[in-house]
Design a protein around this ligand. Structure first.
Ligand code: GDP
Ligand code: MG
Length: 409
């Protein structure tokens, strides 16, 4: 079954929706907190500070501050990891501390579906310059919902395994993808967390990150940040696009104006082009995921059963939501980090830029601007200048340019 949902709203339809929405909003505004609305107001592209808005997108309603420094938000580095991945995570922490966190000392929280061992906790605590927290995931966030037909799920894993699809036979991989899609922010410990930066064991950052990305996102009103983007194996998500179109047909208000629909579809929403933000690197506001629009979307997908009957990944699920349900200018591309997650690497192609960021990587191995990468689509779609040289960065990201030229020690 095909669904044709106009992902870019027509002018007359936009006008009708605007008038209806304005009327409704006026009525609802009295006594209704702004933070309860579906999605926040939008801004112009680029480095537009929050202060130009009439109201901040989300208010910090949390009573407790995580950090003594009140300028900081309740932001944490966040890692889902197994005890067996201790060596990989310690290496990643050391690398990330060198290139970012030794300047900012953010807390680093770890999540696991099992208890963390004493050894794991001690080695990790020694490596992190901020504080650490070790969280055992509640079982209800890492298991089958009762509407899933377990026999059908078993049969699907067998078929995926026979077809030699990566992680095809793995039950835990499916729990992990569902957890990362719509569960992690429901962990009670994360209730007051504003932005998180997801970091996986085994990943590397081979360039210096010269600015506080959390504060940058807050200042410029960004809700989601990515670094690499590529195409998904279609066999893992055969029905995800149609399920998403069906959801949007039932919930047209979930579609954002000025969205990134062109990032995920090349044929006016007939099909998914498989581009997704590679979510092993992800910085985002939990408020986006906690918003009614995302929650309704996740719940709809969860009832479809594709996390278990297929092998839906959290990357395409997050990407479809971000691309269709947020204005494009809420999305930030974190450039030039020298990021590595097997098998792809980022490495700034420009010599001057690589030197300025003390990158330790080979530009010939760069995937970010490779033709198979989806990153160029994000830029061409919006007619944005690529941040691929110092000159370009100074034009489009002047505050980031300043931090490169005057690095914090
Ligand atoms: N605690 C725990 N973490 C897991 C499990 N499976 C995957 N992860 C974590 O989830 C993230 C993604 O898994 P990974 O194996 O890297 O998948 P890939 O990046 O898609 O190849 C990593 O941070 C893993 O450490 C699991 O069964 N338990
Ligand atoms: Mg991984």
């Amino acid at each position: 079954m095909r669904f044709h949902v106009p992902l870019k709203l027509s002018k007359s339809r936009t006008l009708k929706i605007t008038i209806t929405t304005l009327t409704l909003c006026t009525l609802l505004a009295i006594g209704y907190n702004y933070t309860h609305l579906l999605l926040p107001a939008e801004l112009n592209n680029g480095e537009t500070p929050v202060k130009v808005m009439q109201e901040p997108p989300f208010q910090n309603t949390s009573k407790t501050n995580l950090y003594h420094d009140k300028r900081k938000g309740n932001d944490v580095l966040l890692t889902l990891v197994r005890n067996t991945e201790i060596d990989q995570i310690v290496k990643t922490i050391e690398n990330f501390e060198n290139n970012f966190n030794s300047k900012y000392h953010y807390d680093w929280w770890f999540m696991n579906d099992e208890d963390f061992t004493q050894e794991f906790q001690e080695r990790v605590e020694d490596a992190v310059s901020g504080r650490t927290k070790f969280i055992k995931i509640p079982e209800e966030l890492w298991s089958y919902p009762d509407y899933i037909d377990r026999k059908k799920a078993d049969a699907s894993r067998k078929a995926y395994s026979d077809a030699n699809i990566m992680y095809g036979d793995s039950e835990s991989y499916r729990f992990m993808c569902r957890f990362n899609s719509g569960m992690f922010y429901k962990i009670p410990e994360l209730e007051n967390i504003e932005y998180y930066w997801r970091i996986e064991p085994g990943t590397k950052f081979n360039c210096e990150i010269t600015y506080d990305v959390f504060q940058y996102m807050r200042k410029y009103n960004k809700l989601y940040a990515f670094n690499m983007a590529l195409q998904e194996d279609v066999r893992t998500i055969p029905t995800l696009w149609n399920a998403t179109m069906e959801f949007l047909e039932k919930n047209p208000r979930a579609i954002s104006e000025n969205n990134l629909a062109g990032f995920v579809s090349d044929d006016h929403s007939n099909s998914y082009n498989l581009c997704h933000f590679w979510s092993n690197f992800e910085i985002a506001s939990t408020e986006f995921f906690k918003s009614p629009v995302y929650e309704t979307y996740f719940d709809f997908l969860d009832h479809k059963g594709g996390f278990f009957y297929e092998r839906w990944g959290d990357a395409p699920v997050h990407t479809l939501a971000v691309s269709l349900m947020l204005p494009a200018n809420r999305v930030h591309f974190v450039a030039n980090t020298g990021y590595y997650h097997k098998p792809n690497r980022d490495c700034p192609p420009n010599d001057e830029l690589r030197d300025a960021l003390h990158c330790q990587c080979n530009p010939h191995n760069d995937f970010t601007w490779h033709k198979y990468s989806c990153v160029h689509k994000f830029f061409s779609l919006q007619n944005l200048v690529r941040p691929d040289s110092l000159e370009h960065i100074s034009m489009v990201y002047p505050t980031i340019f300043d931090t490169i030229m005057n690095p914090k020690n």
